[in-house]
Design a protein around this ligand. Structure first.
Ligand SMILES: [Zn+2]
Length: 183
């Protein structure tokens, strides 16, 4: 199992290294597919309205097809890790992976992909999280929540102002652990 932990740490560092690059390419007006769109496509979570453009670009562009192959092998490795760790119950995963007060990074995925913002986990439950965020989000919005060793996809249920910030309740859709609690 130590091998799994090492691989997951390597994958996580790769994931992190790629984030600033995608922000950069956006600001430079790069005409190739954005890193974040490739990631979402590989995760099967790209917005349907963006998918036809992405597919036609892929058909015409060797460079982006190669990038997609790299991103896909990365997401497959994450999926493999998740499968190996299915012995953990959902409850235990969340208990281990999402302690209250943990810092998180949050990005809106739907209806429109937004920039990454900081958040803090206030409470966890079997089915969801209570997050503190700097900006309000509408119920129904889908979020990507990135923690130290976990990535989650979640849907916003409610949002209320609290001390110049916002308390956002989300329902967890999918939880992908990167690490191994036994090591
Ligand atoms: Zn391209």
């Amino acid at each position: 199992m130590a091998q799994v932990a090492n691989l997951s740490r390597m994958l996580l560092s790769k994931w992190r290294c790629e984030l600033p690059a995608s922000d950069q390419s956006k600001s430079e007006g790069n005409l190739h597919i954005l890193e974040e769109d490739l990631e979402l496509y590989a995760f099967g979570r790209l917005h349907p309205s963006k998918t036809p453009d992405l597919k036609s670009h892929l058909e015409a562009c060797d460079y982006c097809r190669e990038r997609l192959r790299e991103v896909s092998s990365f997401t497959e490795q994450i999926g493999e890790l998740a499968r190996r760790q299915q012995a953990l119950t959902e409850e235990r995963r969340r208990e281990v992976r999402m302690p209250a007060n943990d810092q998180a990074f949050v990005r809106i995925l739907r209806p429109e992909v937004g920039p990454r913002g900081e958040a803090r986990i206030l409470e966890t439950s079997k089915s969801g999280l209570l997050l503190e965020m700097a900006v309000p989000v509408e119920p129904g919005v889908e979020l990507q929540v990135q923690l130290t060793d976990t990535m989650a996809f979640a849907e916003v249920r409610h949002c209320r102002p609290a001390d110049e910030k916002f308390h956002v309740g989300v329902r967890l859709i999918d939880v992908i652990p990167f690490g191994n609690p036994q090591t």
